[in-house]
Design a binder for this molecule. Structure first.
Ligand code: SF4
Ligand code: SF4
Length: 472
């Protein structure tokens, strides 16, 4: 039975409720009156229920679809402006005891090089990431209690926060590791992580169990209830995601929104982010079975509908997607992107030799961070390296309250400009710096509060003179 407040996975992600919502959406996909009502509700910017959002996702009326895209774009502008937060993944280890059928790190894959970074190697990798200009990392590791125990992850986090190289610093470490215990989540919290990220892959229990035939990840309930345990362990910010292409996309779209509703109702805080990865080709993965199943058009529609349904949740797109595809979805609601990513274990300090392939998937966007930053700015976006909220203690409900009040904009924009200025001073090419300095000047006009504007001007001058780490 469906119960948003239940602690049980099968009740807060009820198969019956998803099936009924799928049928409802199909039945109303060209119901103009209902779609207008839903769009009117969405314009209030307070979000939509999973069932209402499912109707928009299935909508086949061309003019209404254009309204959906326009509204997603407007909501994105209202809440996130033209800022795009930058991050990079850091793969610590690809040892894994699970049998995920779509991932080359699965236990039975014998062609892939197995690697685990030592603390010395982490220092080299992170130094290389700092030299590129990154301030925010997402740590990735396979599930392996022997090779990657929680102590290893904690030690790595400590190492990363401790590396200060020139003006560089990693100021926020997000962590994407397997579902674990409340006690381990508490340890991660104490280690100072930002967001805990865990992809559900698919919410369809039967498919989930088939796709994860062996290993601890086979346990659907343990995996699906992980975010509740993370919050019980004191982690305020959690990041959801499904791997689009594994299963019927409408099903997983409804599932992820139900998960967000559950967190909001049961824990009082919705997800901090939603990631929208699509399947990619990878070593030992059958391209006939997993072929990146959803089209660019459907992908864009999913992004737009998530933006409308959960306006307060950040949305992440990775270098799995090509430059072209990223261009298409950025304005529809994406607030964070990765840049210059390596999906191998190591590879930032020195490119991995071809015969040693340890990558999780092929990257579609291979540009350098400097190129990505310049590209964003030339499209009118402000690349942001901001990590202020987490460091000011604005997490969980404190963050959400501020965001919902619209006040966050007074922090985000100045912080984006100041962290971009740091990037331009320390890491950018001459050409990128030129484009960036012009953009900053232009974007000063967006700050309406004269006191804040004055302060930002001072801070920018101080950054130019060598000082770092100003924030609102
Ligand atoms: Fe392991 Fe994660 Fe890959 Fe599954 S998806 S095989 S858990 S690394
Ligand atoms: Fe994110 Fe907070 Fe920085 Fe805004 S001020 S970009 S919400 S960390």
């Amino acid at each position: 039975m469906y119960d948003v407040m239940s602690p049980k996975a099968e009740e807060f992600i009820s198969h019956e409720e998803i099936s009924d919502s799928l049928a409802y959406a199909r039945e109303h996909k060209d119901d103009r009156k209902l779609i207008d009502q839903i769009l009117a509700k969405a314009r209030e910017r307070k979000g939509l229920s999973h069932r209402e959002a499912a109707v928009l996702l299935d909508c086949e009326l061309e003019d209404k679809n254009q309204e959906i895209y326009a509204l997603a774009e407007q909501i994105k502008k209202d809440f996130y402006g033209n800022r795009i937060v930058m991050f990079a993944p850091l793969y610590l280890s690809n040892y894994c005891v699970n049998g995920c059928e779509y991932c080359p790190y699965h236990l039975k894959n014998k062609h892939i090089a197995r690697k685990k970074l030592t603390q010395e190697e982490i220092v080299k990798e992170v130094t290389a990431l700092q030299d590129m200009g990154h301030k925010r990392l997402a740590l990735e590791a396979g599930e392996d209690p022997v090779n990657n125990p929680i102590e290893y992850i904690l030690e790595s986090i400590k190492t990363i926060y401790g590396i200060k190289h020139k003006n560089g610093a990693i100021r926020r470490v997000n962590v994407n590791i397997a579902a674990t215990t409340v006690e381990n989540y508490r340890k991660l919290k104490e280690a100072g992580i930002g967001t805990y990220i865990l992809f559900q892959e698919t919410y369809h229990k039967e498919s989930y169990q088939k796709l994860h035939p062996t290993g601890p990840k086979h346990d659907y309930a343990y995996h699906t209830e992980a975010m509740d345990r993370a919050m019980d362990g004191g982690i305020d910010d959690v990041g959801l995601g499904v791997l689009f292409g594994l299963n019927n996309y409408q099903y997983d779209f409804i599932g992820i929104l139900m998960h967000a509703e559950h967190l909001e109702a049961y824990k009082g805080v919705g997800p901090h982010t939603i990631s929208v990865p699509r399947l990619r080709r990878a070593d030992d993965i059958d391209p006939d079975v997993f072929d990146n199943g959803i089209s660019d058009e459907i992908f864009a529609k999913i992004v737009a509908c998530i933006r409308i349904a959960v306006p307060y949740t950040g949305m992440i797109v990775s270098t799995r997607e090509s430059q072209k595809c990223r261009e298409k979805v950025l304005h529809l609601g994406i607030s964070q992107i990765s840049g210059a990513s390596r999906t191998s274990v190591g590879g930032y300090a020195q490119p991995e030799p071809e015969e040693e392939n340890s990558a999780q998937f092929d990257v579609s966007d291979n540009r350098t961070l400097d190129e990505v930053v310049k590209w964003l700015m030339e499209m009118g976006y402000v690349p942001s390296f901001c990590t202020a909220c987490y460091r000011e203690g604005r997490t969980g409900d404190r963050f959400m309250t501020l965001l919902k009040s619209g006040q966050i904009v007074n922090c985000c924009h100045p912080n984006a400009l100041m962290t971009l200025k740091e990037y331009l001073e320390d890491y950018a090419s001459e050409e990128t710096r030129k484009v960036g300095d012009q953009l900053i000047e232009q974007e000063m006009d967006v700050i309406t509060n004269p006191k804040v504007k004055e302060k930002v001007k001072d801070y920018l001058a101080n950054i130019h003179n060598g000082q770092r780490d100003f924030r609102f």
